[in-house]
Design a protein around this ligand. Structure first.
Ligand code: PMP
Length: 364
């Protein structure tokens, strides 16, 4: 048997530690997972209440075109229905873009570190990956443009960037779009869009009217709290979607996921309440970090990348023993840091105590 040669050099995606696994290993009753940027407040109660109705007709295939969800999202964003593509999470939309646009001889440009699935899927398609190191957590858009040539098919911009949390400011992104050659598809991944508070943000949906080569990714996994159902989407001009559609599996979003996403989208008060609670808890965390002289990147997302006077692995292990799962910076390509998802107020108080203990032991 012979698989694609590149696969021998690759490893499967390594998710953060799972709750049950940590409970067993450390003999703990309660574990708080702050490793995958999930919504600590769950998901809309309206989805929960209507769930029994959503399980009707499971013997039937879902609507592969997701027509009702499509109509809903199109009117929510004020775009045309044919400008949308849905995926089994935005993960799958990333995969579809790579399947459709990348091949041996083509190249793709992205930041480092950024969301790893861009690189992963591009490599599987045999494309050359050109990674441009972030500067203080920011995309280096000037250098990214320098990397573009006639074989560049896709540029990935993640804003706010995972794992740094830093967003790309409006004027910088606008300037980039003006300079980027039109043969390159620019994918702006806005998985954390709902958490952003800054006014200095590029209106990517509006910009679709101006730029034929732009695509925006959003998801129901983060602020909407539906990570377990797997539904995300891409928005672009009709021609881009037309090129992507043949690379999409026929029934790639489940009927439950489609129905739940519609209800979740209708419950904007859940988004408002939980993102404002998140903002308050983030503000308290940043105050704690300032008091303890810890540096961090300015985050517009629901997580913060914190620089530490020790290895990220060391802090990660300590927090794990106290029942908190975070992401070690070593695993994310930023040594001596951790990435922490903002949790509930009570959990964040306990987490800060655990962090403080480790910091004090370190000084001793
Ligand atoms: N993009 C970014 C930047 C992410 O952080 C994530 C989730 N980790 C995704 C895309 C994929 O999210 P999902 O597949 O759940 O929509």
């Amino acid at each position: 048997m012979k698989s694609k040669a590149i696969l021998n050099q690759m490893t499967p995606y390594k998710p953060g530690k799972q709750i049950e696994e940590v409970k067993r290993e450390y003999g703990l009753d309660k574990i708080v997972k702050l490793a995958s940027n999930e919504n600590p407040f769950g998901f809309s109660q309206q989805v929960k209440q209507q769930l029994p109705e959503l399980i009707a007709q499971l013997e039937k295939y879902p609507d592969g075109y997701a027509a009702t969800l499509r109509e809903k999202v199109a009117s929510f964003l004020n775009v045309k229905e044919e400008q949308l593509i849905f995926g089994n999470g935005s993960d799958e939309v990333v995969q579809i873009i790579c399947r459709a646009f990348l091949e041996p001889g083509a190249n793709t440009v992205m930041a480092r570190p950024t969301f790893p699935q861009y690189r992963h899927n591009a490599l599987i398609e045999g494309a050359e990956v050109r990674e441009v190191p972030v500067v203080e957590g920011h995309h280096d858009l000037k250098e990214m443009l320098q990397q573009v040539d006639e074989n560049t098919r896709v540029i990935w911009l993640c804003t706010p960037n995972n794992p740094t949390g830093v967003h790309i400011s409006k004027s910088v992104l606008h300037d980039f779009m003006e300079k980027c050659p039109s043969h390159v598809l620019v994918v702006i991944d806005e998985a954390y869009y709902e958490y952003m508070v800054t006014e200095d943000t590029f209106d990517s949906i509006q910009a679709l009217q101006q730029y034929e080569n732009l695509m925006v990714l959003r998801t129901f996994s983060k602020a909407y709290g539906l990570a377990g159902l797997r539904v995300g989407y891409g928005v672009a001009n009709r021609n881009v979607i037309h090129s992507l559609e043949p690379a999409r599996e026929p029934f790639n979003t489940s009927s439950i996921a489609q129905a739940a996403a519609i209800i979740a989208l209708n419950d904007q008060s859940f988004i408002e309440e939980t993102t404002s609670e998140n903002r308050r808890n983030k503000r308290d965390l940043l105050a704690f970090l300032d008091e303890n002289n810890l540096n961090y990147y300015e985050s517009e997302a629901n997580f913060v990348l914190i620089h530490l006077p020790m290895s990220g692995d060391e802090m990660f292990e300590h927090l794990l023993s106290k029942g908190f799962i975070v992401r070690s910076g070593e695993a994310l390509g930023i040594p001596n840091s951790i990435r922490l998802t903002i949790g509930s107020k009570e959990d964040m108080v306990l987490l800060q105590q655990a962090m403080k203990q480790k910091l004090e032991d370190h000084v001793k």
